[in-house]
Write a protein that binds this ligand. Structure first.
Ligand SMILES: *Cc1c(COP(=O)(O)O)cnc(C)c1O
Length: 388
């Protein structure tokens, strides 16, 4: 596959051959004993990856947006108050989504590249009783990572349910759902979970399930209603056949392989590796003289990096040159700065080799655009971090 470039965008990511093999295997019946076993295992493994031993996992065909919708539509009733913490495009979307289900939304929005001070969140929660609060763990439009642990602790104090959009974080950033008191943590298959697009993945706490059981009005979305899915998830985990809607058999087989590999690496090792990769990019960009969207590297994501182009260089000039050097990167997404920055995804089973190739291709692109720097400086800065 010589015409293939490395895909270093914030999802879909580079997938492992073992995962792709599972995807390409002959499709079994969704009620075949072998598949029931695979689905059951995948659900059990999700609890371990999310670090939520008493959580209820859900696996549903759809993208991350369905996971976002499923999380809140089961918990919100018309007129309920919801607090949305936004650090970019995906936080803003949550406000839109909640309003569609007639929640009364209060939106706290961080300035571009920053997080929302914890004190401001606490003041908002103290002022009104909110039924739930949404948090974007890593907003993929800004590369900002929020302090989900502290936010979970504050929300527990005020008896507010927490929904974490972990689409750009689960299985990459440190996340301890149960210990941190996060009620729903959700993602999509094509991000750090490492499976081609098509699965919405959620884990709900017992408190979230209880809140859903106590609702007075029906869930406003038939396909996303936990009433339809909870018996299915329970049946597969009990290794019994069940049917509400045909599960994407091959994707679930691929998910089970990827989860097994993630747990084989170990969650602690995986969190540490993503931190190391983050430092490698931070260091490489620093020596190359590129500024980043997050205003402080302490709240920059470990799953993606969002650098500004040097002045005088545009994305339409730079990105094709990086691609010609073998690596596909993503352009900007945040509407305020769309044409001024680019995004590098480095989550999942990435290797140090892929990282160095990416930095090398970025240097090649910069050089071809006439940027003045010491060729190789970024690669060796990253290498010093990666070998330590
Ligand atoms: C990618 C992403 C989404 C949307 O997921 P899709 O699979 O594209 O629907 C939502 N939130 C965050 C933080 C993301 O990175």
């Amino acid at each position: 596959m010589k015409d293939r470039t490395l895909l270093m965008i914030p999802g879909p990511i580079e997938f492992e051959p073992e995962v792709l093999q599972a995807l390409g295997a002959p499709t079994s019946s969704h009620v075949a004993p072998e598949f029931i076993e695979v689905f059951g295992q995948a659900l059990e493994r999700m609890r371990k990856v999310w670090l939520c031993p008493s959580g209820q996992p859900f696996v549903v065909a759809g993208s991350g947006m369905l996971a976002l919708e499923m999380a809140v539509v089961n918990l919100i009733e018309p007129g309920d108050k919801a607090l949305v913490l936004s650090t970019g495009v995906f936080g803003d979307r949550y406000a839109d989504l909640l309003r569609r289900y007639r929640a009364e939304v209060k939106l706290l929005r961080a300035p571009l590249g920053e997080t929302i001070p914890l004190q401001q969140v606490e003041e908002a929660l103290a002022k009104h009783q909110y039924k739930l609060m949404t948090i974007t763990h890593v907003d993929t439009s800004t590369g900002v990572r929020t302090d989900a642990k502290s936010l979970g602790a504050i929300a527990s104090k005020y008896d507010t349910l927490t929904v974490l959009d972990g689409v750009c974080s689960v299985a990459g950033e440190e996340l301890r759902q149960e210990e941190w008191g996060i009620d729903v943590a959700l993602t999509a298959s094509q991000k750090a979970i490492g499976v081609p697009p098509g699965l919405a993945l959620l884990v709900a706490s017992p408190r979230a399930i209880e809140a859903w059981r106590r609702r007075k009005t029906p869930v406003g979305n038939y396909y996303a209603d936990w009433k339809n899915w909870l018996p299915i998830m329970s049946a597969y985990e009990a290794r019994k056949a069940s049917y509400f809607a045909t599960p994407p058999v091959n994707l679930i087989c691929a998910l089970n392989v990827s989860l097994e590999r993630i747990l084989g690496e170990g969650m602690e090792a995986r969190f540490a590796r993503h931190q190391r990769f983050k430092r490698a990019f931070q260091e490489a960009l620093r020596v190359l003289g590129l500024k980043q969207v997050p205003t402080d590297s302490r709240h920059a994501a470990a799953t993606l990096t969002a650098p500004y182009y040097p002045s005088g260089i545009t994305g339409s000039e730079f990105l094709p040159k990086v691609k010609a050097a073998g690596v596909t990167l993503a352009g900007g997404l945040h509407p305020d700065i769309k044409d001024r920055y680019f995004r590098i995804g480095h989550m999942g089973a990435e290797t140090a080799g892929n990282l160095l190739a990416t930095i090398g291709a970025i240097e090649a692109g910069l050089e071809k655009c006439g940027y003045q720097f010491e060729l190789g400086a970024g690669v060796s800065a990253a290498q010093r971090i990666l070998r330590s």
